[in-house]
Design a binder for this molecule. Structure first.
Ligand code: HEC
Length: 225
């Protein structure tokens, strides 16, 4: 009886060793996997060497001439990024969205006109496609079916209700369905768009009565001549 026990014991011991190996042994080849589960893949891992490339590095350097998204030229600036603070970069004054054009723009009556022209140009490139040339929210993309594009002449977006800094912030970081444009539009151009949007709103805010009055004044003058 005992003889059979030893035989079975020996067979089991050999089977266990055969299946799991001798403890402490290191294997050169990858283990046999019944279900591979994509454990082994031809891929590059960050910070790991690779024999595939001549320089032996897995991580690749950017192609020559690549333009960084961030840098000292102020192309990309987010609220909490790169230590950039102050109204000009964040739209915030003492923690609240401020109003008015930042002093960094050093506006004078002469260069204000240039800024507005720049804003009109940039608005036409970046915003009109959705918000429409006139800001009424009826741009090409909204006509093609993007819902929820806002009419920028709504009361809620007038400067009395919607600070310039917030407008700057929305252009920079986006909001809801609208994407962020901070990466594409330099800081100064964002303010130029803010200025142009204000001018656009004020142009629309002139009522028919105001207009009639101003034309009367003109015609009176005309009669007096
Ligand atoms: C791809 C289309 C698209 C473009 C381009 C676009 N917007 Fe918008 N914008 C939207 C949509 C959609 C909303 C509504 C977002 C929401 O409430 O989900 C919106 C909302 C807004 C709002 C209101 C945000 C709020 O507080 O409710 C402002 C202001 C605005 N856009 C300004 C701009 C300006 C300025 C530009 C150009 C730099 C611009 N948008 C470019 C689609 C666009």
């Amino acid at each position: 009886m005992l003889k059979y026990f030893f035989i079975v014991y020996a067979i089991l011991a050999i089977a266990v060793l055969g299946l799991f190996g001798i403890p402490g042994t290191k294997f050169e080849r990858p283990p046999f996997r019944v279900f591979p589960d994509m454990d082994e893949q031809d891929k590059l891992k960050g910070q790991k060497p690779s024999h595939f490339f001549e320089d032996g590095m897995g991580a690749r350097l950017p192609v020559a001439g690549t333009v960084p998204l961030s840098g000292d030229d102020g192309v990309f600036s987010v609220e909490f990024g790169e230590g950039r603070t102050g109204y000009y970069y964040t739209g915030l004054k003492d923690g609240y969205y401020g109003t008015g054009m930042p002093e960094e723009l050093a506006l004078t009556p002469e260069n204000a006109e240039t800024l507005l022209a720049r804003g009109e140009d940039r608005y036409g490139i970046f915003c009109a496609i959705c918000h429409g040339e006139s800001g009424d929210g009826q741009g090409t993309v909204s006509k093609l079916g993007l819902n929820g594009v806002r009419n920028l002449h709504e009361d809620g977006f007038q400067s009395a209700n919607y600070p310039d800094g917030l407008l700057y912030h929305v252009i920079t970081n986006g909001k809801g369905l609208m994407g962020a444009y901070g990466m594409n539009i330099p800081v100064e151009d964002r303010w130029a768009i803010v200025a142009y949007m204000r001018a656009m709103q004020q142009a629309r805010a002139v009522s028919a009565d105001d207009l009639a009055q101003s034309s009367e004044v003109k015609s009176e003058k005309g009669e007096g001549q």
